[in-house]
Design a protein around this ligand. Structure first.
Ligand code: TYD
Ligand code: MG
Length: 461
């Protein structure tokens, strides 16, 4: 075989370069190029060694003549998982599940695959991280000592593909894609080139055989799926586990889904016997304060189709010459922007203060509807005055100080009223027009500008 030519691959965007550079030429990220990809020997198809051809050459047809077959779905019976998947595992679909170590990826997949096996589906659990005995131990712990799930402890791609071809399972779990390596490449298992290549082969196999393939992926400290963000483009569905491992609650969010809605979430609690779905999760991210405390403001965020109440905490404390701005679960750049808006439009200055904000429970909130709650929590901490009991706020705040409506504001308000919240400061456009029973007990203050919101809050002291 000809000597493989080494190239450098970006761990962020998957772009390549023939030599090492400090900055990725494609996405301009720093220090992301790593050596490790290699090109296959000349004249050989990238997939050639495994499949005779990629796929049979197909006829070119106008769309109208192509039969639009609906996807065959197999619900796992785990409701919260089916919800994020858009109704179940899709035949020939490839799902990537990412998350921190120990968050429960293997647990959930073993539960799901066992349920599918029990429903009569032919399954396969490929484990590269743990031995068969360890997987068996987990299944005992999950209360599934009689599980018939076939387990293959293997990390070599060619052998895995061979087993897939010969057993033709309806679903196969690859736990994890980072442990799989191909003989055809010289780079180490877990390297970008290996992971990408192996995932590509597995995806091909899923499409050509109709087997659903679930790839487990690890997440780096920065929160990206270790190395290959490229995997996200390749697969049909990307699910991420969220939540901190110290609490019992776990969220699964669909980041991408070719067979369903994105940003849909599933909520689980980690119990002695594995992950259990939480069907009514709206109040689990509230911490219980006996009395209201300064620096805390509850917001209603909308995750997929469900409203979720999340407590935003802020701590403003005198800082040094270059004060720090830190956020957990919220965007840090957005925090800097909100501080500037607070200063300019509401006269609240935090220039010489450290500002920390946190979304309680390890949830990540990316929607701008958190703005108002973040700003009210910061002001509350700075003033040392708690917001009233049963207070909620949401709404996007623009650079001009205007408070913009959040999508489906009334659903959010209904959820807050249902959970017994008493006072709401919300964008004017989100306030209900007429008296509605659904909002009973909730005093709603519609605001158009941030300074107006501050005034309302001061009036409630
Ligand atoms: P695991 O699924 O191994 O995580 P991952 O595959 O994402 O790395 O989950 C491991 C954690 O879950 C571990 O800390 C133990 C805990 N756990 C339970 O609390 N209850 C259970 O029934 C099981 C199987 C695990
Ligand atoms: Mg695992």
């Amino acid at each position: 075989m000809a000597k493989d030519k080494s190239i450098f691959t970006c761990t962020e965007c998957g772009g390549t370069s023939a030599r090492w550079m400090g900055k990725c030429p494609s996405c301009n990220a720093w220090n992301t190029l790593i050596e490790g990809s290699s090109e296959p020997a000349a004249g050989k198809n990238r997939f050639g060694s495994v499949h005779a051809s990629l796929a049979p050459t197909s006829e070119v047809l106008p769309l109208a003549q192509i039969e639009a077959a609906d996807f065959e779905r197999h619900p796992t019976g785990i409701d919260e998982l089916d919800r994020v998947l858009g109704g179940g595992m899709v035949e020939g679909g490839v799902v990537l599940i990412g998350g921190d170590p120990g968050i429960g990826k293997s647990t959930l997949l073993l539960q799901a695959v066992d349920a599918l096996q029990r429903s009569g589906m032919n399954t396969l659990y490929v484990t590269g991280e743990e031995s068969g005995a360890q997987v068996a131990m987990r299944s005992r712990r999950l209360g599934l000592p009689d599980s018939q799930v076939p387990v293959l402890p293997e990390i070599q791609l060619e052998k895995i593909l061979h087993t897939l071809q010969s057993r033709q399972p309806g679903i196969a779990i690859i736990d994890s894609i980072q442990t799989v390596y191909s003989d055809q490449l010289t780079s180490a298992p877990g390297s970008v080139a290996q992971v990408r290549e192996c995932a590509a082969h597995l995806t091909r196999t899923a499409k050509s055989t109709g087997t659903t393939i679930v790839l487990v992926g690890h997440v780096t400290k920065e929160g990206a799926l270790a190395g290959p963000r490229v995997l996200e483009h390749m697969v049909d569905t990307v699910l991420y586990f969220e939540g901190d491992t110290h609490s019992n609650f776990r969220l699964i969010r669909a980041i991408k889904n070719r067979f369903g809605a994105v940003n849909e979430i599933g909520v689980f609690a980690m119990t002695e016997k594995g992950l259990k779905g939480v069907s009514n999760p709206s109040a689990i991210f509230l911490s219980q304060h006996a009395e209201p405390v300064p620096g805390s403001c509850v917001m209603v965020t909308l995750e997929g189709t469900r409203p979720l109440l999340v407590e935003i905490q802020a701590l403003v404390d005198s800082g040094g010459p270059s004060p720090r701005r830190l956020s957990v679960g919220l965007d840090r750049d957005r925090l800097a922007m909100l501080l500037a808006v607070l200063h300019r439009h509401a006269g609240v200055a935090c220039m010489d203060q450290d500002v920390f904000v946190n979304a309680v429970g390890g949830v990540r909130i990316s929607e701008p509807a958190a703005d108002l709650a973040v700003m009210l929590a910061i002001t509350s901490s700075l003033r040392g005055k708690a917001l009233p009991k049963g207070f909620i706020a949401f709404g996007e705040v623009g650079l001009a100080g205007e408070v913009r409506p959040a999508p489906r504001g009334q659903d959010r308000l209904k959820e807050a009223a249902k959970l017994g919240f008493k006072v709401a400061v919300v964008p004017k456009a989100n306030a209900p027009k007429k008296n509605d029973k659904a909002f009973e007990g909730l005093k709603i203050y519609p605001v158009e500008r941030i300074e107006e919101a501050m005034q309302v809050v001061r009036g409630l002291d």
